[in-house]
Write a protein that binds this ligand. Structure first.
Ligand code: HGY
Ligand code: MN
Ligand code: MN
Length: 421
């Protein structure tokens, strides 16, 4: 290892200052550190992000899909490029670290390379991907999905609960929807060598095992369910209990069935019901219709598909006992994506060379890495989350862990730069 590379030691205070400054750009009307995609708060935060990328020494250009792409030129611009990054949008009521650590950590890694005059052979692309979080259009990872060619023209016609089309949200954000599908083609024509993403674990494993670094083995597949229960609205004061067809009672059974399935996964799996919309919703009417939103996730592909089938059957059977019909629709947010063994190997040996303990961990959360994996071999580095909490204001990762993650990222990028092929 050259002495220059040995000197790539992150300055935690710089990362902390960036984390604090970005956290200040959040929606004052919402809980936590909210910066949802397409919001005015998000627009302001990306202006800040772009200027921080320039300050770090990157040549920045937004692509047609709304991703912010910073380039650190390498010695051989014709060589397939390295790519790293993550996202800076949050869920409603989200935290200060999910995604953000991967973008701001990459900026610190870039500053280290420049300050210690470590010239990479390959261009290094640092990307703040647009809209990674799941949204009302039912599509997470908007920016990386577009780069991977997985966003379709039909997707732009998806509507949110107000009836607004996704394409119109791009337009209002200053992006041309037709560009979103074409201009993102740069990532499919620009040869990409390897992708590595630094991210907070968002779960309890690393903290429980007291290990500072996780090397991700696979990113869970996500299947989303929309169940529509059709019973019969009746007078709540007169219809005898035994004669009712109460859609909300059937849905309540289904919520517990979803939980039961999630708790039954033999290796890795979770299931969550996130929304019930009961109509007509009047206190004196037996609910006639209920729409239920749920999701299941696992790195165990066989369990996930079997659980979907079981759940659909069980929900229908239990609803029938209340005289309620149910229509169950499933949609795949993303397939399970294993990380690339060659990238996994470089990350773990980078940690070993730094004397940093690491463990292989699955990711129950999805990431932009799932989509960029379609463009080149992918790997991920995790740092611990306090109490395993995320997607909440209490989300926290220690600066010392983040700095270790940045150091492993920097060392990994240098090693990946040298790998052929
Ligand atoms: O939903 C997820 O797993 C990610 O945090 N967007
Ligand atoms: Mn994330
Ligand atoms: Mn998230």
């Amino acid at each position: 290892m050259s002495s220059k590379v040995e000197k790539l030691v992150p300055v935690p205070e710089r990362v902390e200052a960036d984390l604090d400054e970005l956290a200040r750009i959040h929606d004052p009307e919402s809980e936590g550190w909210t910066r949802t995609v397409f919001s005015e708060t998000y627009r302001a935060s990306r202006e800040w992000m772009r200027s921080r990328m320039v300050d770090a020494g990157l040549q920045v250009h937004p692509d047609g899909a709304g991703n912010l792409v910073g380039v650190l030129p390498g010695c051989d611009p014709a060589a397939p490029a390295l790519i790293t990054g993550s996202h800076t949008d949050t869920v409603e009521g989200g935290g200060r670290f999910d995604g953000i650590v991967g973008v701001l950590g990459a900026l610190e890694a870039v500053r280290q390379l420049i300050e210690h005059d470590v010239r990479l052979e390959r261009d290094l692309l640092v990307v703040d991907f647009l809209g990674e979080e799941s949204n009302e259009f039912g599509l997470s990872c908007l920016g990386s999905r577009a780069l991977a060619g997985e966003l379709s023209a039909a997707d732009l016609y998806r509507r949110d609960h107000r009836g607004t089309r996704l394409g119109d949200r791009y337009t209002a954000f200053g992006l041309d929807p037709s560009d979103v599908l074409t201009a993102s083609g740069w990532a499919r024509t620009r040869a990409l060598h390897r992708y590595v993403e630094l991210h907070v674990e968002q779960g309890p494993l690393l903290e429980e095992r007291d290990v500072p670094i996780g090397v991700v083995t696979a990113i869970a597949g996500i299947e989303r369910m929309l169940a529509t229960f059709t019973g019969r609205p009746d007078h709540a004061g007169t219809m005898p209990m035994g004669d009712r067809r109460d859609a909300l009672v059937a849905a309540a059974e289904a919520v517990l069935t979803v939980r039961q399935e999630g708790c039954g996964a033999p290796v890795h799996g979770v299931a969550t019901t996130s929304r019930l919309v009961s109509e007509p919703g009047s206190p004196n009417v037996v609910p006639g219709t209920v729409r239920m939103q749920a999701e299941m996730r696992s790195v165990d592909v066989d369990w996930l598909s079997a659980a979907q089938r079981r759940l659909t059957e069980e929900i229908r059977l239990k609803a029938g006992a209340y005289g309620v019909d149910v229509d169950v629709e499933w949609s795949c947010d993303n397939e399970c994506r294993p990380t690339h063994p060659a990238v996994h190997e470089v990350i773990s040996s980078a940690a070993d060379s730094l004397g940093v303990a690491w463990e292989p961990v699955p990711s129950g959360a999805t990431h932009d890495a799932v989509h960029i994996a379609r463009l080149c071999p992918m790997g991920m580095i995790f740092v611990p989350s306090r109490g395993g909490r995320s997607h909440c204001p209490e989300e926290w990762s220690d600066l010392s862990h983040i700095a270790t993650g940045v150091q492993v990222l920097g060392r990994t990028l240098v090693e990946l730069d040298r790998t052929p092929g």
